[in-house]
Design a protein around this ligand. Sequence first.
Ligand SMILES: Nc1ncnc2c1ncn2[C@@H]1O[C@H](COP(=O)(O)OP(=O)(O)O)[C@@H](O)[C@H]1O
Ligand SMILES: N[C@@H](CCC(=O)OP(=O)(O)O)C(=O)O
Length: 369
Amino acid sequence: MTKTIVVKIGTSSLTQPETGQLALSTIATLAETLCDLRRQGYKVILVSSGAVGVGCARLGLTQRPKAIALKQAVAAVGQGRLIRVYDDLFTTLQQPIAQVLLSRKDLVERSHYLNVYNTFRELLELGVIPVVNENDTVAVEELKFGDNDTLSALVASLVKADWLFLLTDVDRLYSADPRSVPDAQPIALVSNIKELAELQVQTGTQGSQWGTGGMVTKISAARIAIAAGVRTVIAQGRYPHNIEKILQGEAIGTHFEPQPEPTSARKRWIAYGLVPAGKLYLDEGAVLAISGSGKSLLGAGITVVEGEFDTQDAVQLCDKNGHEIARGLVNYSSSELQKIRGRRSSEIAAILGYVGAETVVHRDNLVLT
Ligand SMILES: Nc1ncnc2c1ncn2[C@@H]1O[C@H](COP(=O)(O)OP(=O)(O)O)[C@@H](O)[C@H]1O
Ligand SMILES: N[C@@H](CCC(=O)OP(=O)(O)O)C(=O)O
């Protein structure tokens, strides 16, 4: 079976830290590597950051802009430049590419989500390498992927990729940020996400000067990808040839083993395609029933309802401290839930004046996160 690989490269690897100018040799080596992989029969998707960084360099800005409108304008300048450079390099190597700019809302509607999937499938069948980025210029702040680590994991999950490579400016994940903690310990393998929690990695949210989320977003990306059955590797962007070595079995970077039984496509869409419209706080019994025994959520276990939402919207299910444990589609609106929270299912009909669903979130529509 043809294997599918998603490679994400961050701004920190694509640009030179001192000047913000493009790191041409890295990009050229990346293009050569991806073309080699294509020749070996792999299907390849590249998720490339850099629109804002490259736009800044083009316009002579020395800092990543904070104002949203300026950032969106700068991204429009940089994205064109970036895709031009990629197209020149890949064309030299006889490899067609496609620009795919995605917005968060492209994944919210299930029919749109499937449409994006179909486009990727056709592009890959045609032997094209899609070059993906967030559509920064038009993205609305509340409805954004926010970082390309998450975007790449969602793309990998969408296309059911075999591998996700997160290429960055450090060679792997460490027990703490090696920039500030010189004796931080390298981590070679994470067998499951529970193990990651036990390792207590210090991440800090600070990325490099031009990057966005540092390691935090890479770890949450790995979490999304491995739940979808995608083996994920954090490795150094400066050496793209390492991708081939890793595929041949060399222990380079940090590997995250995929979950043996991946979450179904529909549940992945519920968990990561949809944008939650509210939050339900649960008592300990409900948390245990959901996370321990795979049960549906009943009204009796809900203590607080936050946000305004309709029936069939996605919501976050949280413990009493507000930590998300699951997401799901609700069978009741927020105003109905305000009335029936903490009450037994048998009381619902009398409270609302009509017979509704027995569960608030049925287990078929519930995904542990
Ligand atoms: N535990 C950690 N292990 C490795 N790197 C870390 C860790 N915590 C924070 N970092 C920082 O994350 C940075 C990479 O993130 P970022 O700048 O967002 O990269 P990119 O542009 O590739 O997405 C590294 O330069 C490193 O300083
Ligand atoms: N879409 C943005 C990238 C945001 C992002 O995640 O950047 P990075 O942390 O460098 O991968 C851009 O192209 O500048």
